[in-house]
Ligand binder design. Structure first.
Ligand code: FES
Length: 134
């Protein structure tokens, strides 16, 4: 897991409770176990780490350290269960196409487990999430 040396903010706390993370694009459901969080790129318990561990490829060019916007996802459900984006994330999101109110950087968005969450990978990444070859 990488660290951005230019950011002082502490990583968001990992989830405290088990919850279901649904990938809206495919309907795939990931059971998130706070006792068994994957050791992938992005903050511990982040959407990026959870998606990667489930075999779902999401672009993450900077390695999950808030230095790009390629891990941009939408969080149409359960967004309030994650701490708000820090300023550095907001700055990177400004570069992401097709921003919405529920846009987040997947490597920084860490739900607390209080509710189930739905995540959607934007269109330009759809090839990455399709389970069928094109
Ligand atoms: S992977 Fe670069 S900001 Fe998330």
């Amino acid at each position: 897991m990488g660290v951005n040396p230019f950011i002082d903010a502490e990583a968001p706390p990992p989830p405290k409770s088990a919850y279901k993370l649904t990938l809206k694009n495919t309907g795939q459901v990931i059971e998130v176990d706070p006792e068994n969080l994957p050791d992938e790129e992005g903050a511990k318990g982040s959407l990026l780490a959870l998606l990667l561990a489930a075999g779902i490829e999401v672009d993450h060019v900077c390695g999950g350290v808030v230095a790009c916007s390629t891990c941009h996802v939408y969080v149409p459900q359960g967004l309030d269960s994650a701490p708000e984006a820090i300023e550095e994330e907001e700055d990177q999101l400004d570069f992401a196409p097709a921003l919405r109110d529920d846009s987040r950087l997947a490597c920084q968005c860490v739900p607390d487990g209080s509710v189930d969450v739905e995540v959607e990978i934007p269109d330009w990444n759809r090839n990455e999430v399709s389970e069928e070859p094109h």
